[in-house]
Design a protein around this ligand. Structure first.
Ligand code: GMT
Length: 376
């Protein structure tokens, strides 16, 4: 198949899923054409079946806001036509699904039918999409897609509850490449960070409000009063400065390291004992899956689709959003020497169910089904 993938090229979960999916499809013999405004962060290797097309965004003094959606639609038209694409797969509804609809209509005028698959990732539905300034376009472009997937049952439910959707939504969960995400021998790194055998807690995110990084710091602060522990914070974003201030106020700075946007996050996960994800909303929780693949148990909130991944009492615990007291108790339970290994093993076993080899065929079968459907 010749497949076009449209996504955000950044560190965000939707871009990571889209890029890793494209890479896996290419390894399976498909030609994959990425269409984005810059090279996707995880598109970091050469494969003869992988192609990248950059969206040219021309600005003009009249434009207070350069019309990215138009430039993207035009690029989609160009790539579909000249690379003979069979299907466009757009990740994140805004503005990719509506740009794809426009491209599809333009191509129809040229007697080209291009099926569009839209994957909903989370904030395009749970936060931004619901906003009245976007809702009508989001509803329309989901309904006009030829196929729609969501990354969890919870996200599907949320979409059907908040938007007037008549299109079927197929749930295809996030996945992990276990050949990359696995526990590596990095003991020297652990000794450098935890010289006295402290337990190592870790959080990775884009430091947006919805991630509740302050709960991570409060839970850590409570834990370290009882057992020796350190905390690594990976990623960066709008809440970072406030979080640094909070560490200073709590006097925890010497036990916390802000590592910024790390590419080789699996190296940090390889030496960690507990991953924290106290998010207010989370459609799936890809970062938690990456941790579990590296044998790290997860202490999370029970928001959104997280409980579909993190099994309460088995691979970690799921607590009510903001319940720092409960999270502290559960963190101490997991970190206890007599429990930790059992949780670590269970986390890995659960992660194996989401290996790319199990999830890739779900996308391929879905594409086949869409391609066999007569155009409306
Ligand atoms: O978590 C973020 O803020 C990034 C966001 C994105 O769109 O890039 O991630 C969303 O998509 C991921 C991949 O499908 C999911 O694993 C995340 O749970 C989801 N984030 C939220 O729902 C907040």
């Amino acid at each position: 198949m010749n497949i076009g993938i449209v996504c955000y090229p950044t560190f965000g979960g939707s871009g990571v899923v889209a890029t890793e999916l494209g890479k896996a499809l290419a390894k399976n013999g498909h030609n994959v054409h990425f269409i984005t405004y810059s090279q996707p962060t995880r598109l970091d290797f050469f494969n003869q079946n992988l192609f990248y097309h950059e969206v040219d965004i021309r600005t003009y003094p009249l434009f207070q806001y350069p019309p990215y959606e138009l430039a993207l639609a035009s690029k989609m038209v160009d790539v579909v036509e000249h690379e003979n694409l069979d299907l466009l797969h757009v990740h994140y509804a805004i503005p990719h699904a509506s740009a794809a609809f426009m491209a599809k209509q333009i191509l129809k005028e040229k007697n080209i039918n291009i099926p569009v698959v839209t994957t909903l990732h989370g904030t395009d539905i749970t936060l931004v999409g619901k906003d009245p300034s976007y809702e009508p376009v989001v509803t329309f472009s989901i309904n006009k897609s030829d196929g729609v997937t969501a990354v969890s049952e919870d996200l599907k439910k949320d979409t059907l509850e908040h938007f007037d959707i008549y299109q079927h939504i197929e749930v295809i969960p996030n996945f992990i490449d276990l050949s990359r995400f696995k526990r590596q021998k990095k003991e020297h790194f652990k000794t450098a960070i935890c010289p006295n055998g402290e337990k190592l807690m870790v959080h990775t995110s884009n430091f947006r409000k919805v991630k509740r990084v302050e709960d991570v710091i409060h839970v850590f602060n409570n834990v370290r009063k009882i057992i020796p522990a350190k905390l690594l914070l990976v990623g960066d974003g709008p809440e970072r400065i406030k979080m640094e201030k909070l560490c200073r106020e709590l006097g925890t700075c010497e036990d916390i390291r802000f590592l910024g946007k790390l590419e080789a996050v699996e190296e940090v996960l390889s030496v960690s004992d507990l991953f924290l994800m106290p998010s207010e909303k989370e459609s799936f929780g890809l970062a938690a899956l990456e941790a579990m693949a590296c044998e790290v148990p997860v202490l999370s909130s029970n928001a959104g689709g997280i409980p579909e991944l993190n099994i309460n009492g088995v691979t970690g615990f799921t607590c009510n959003v903001g319940d720092v007291k409960d999270m502290t108790e559960k963190a101490l339970y997991i970190l206890a020497d007599e429990h930790l290994d059992t949780f670590k093993k269970a986390a890995l076993e659960r992660a194996k169910e989401f290996d790319i080899s199990n999830i890739l065929p779900l996308y391929e079968n879905f594409y086949d089904k869409i391609l066999k459907t007569e155009p409306a």
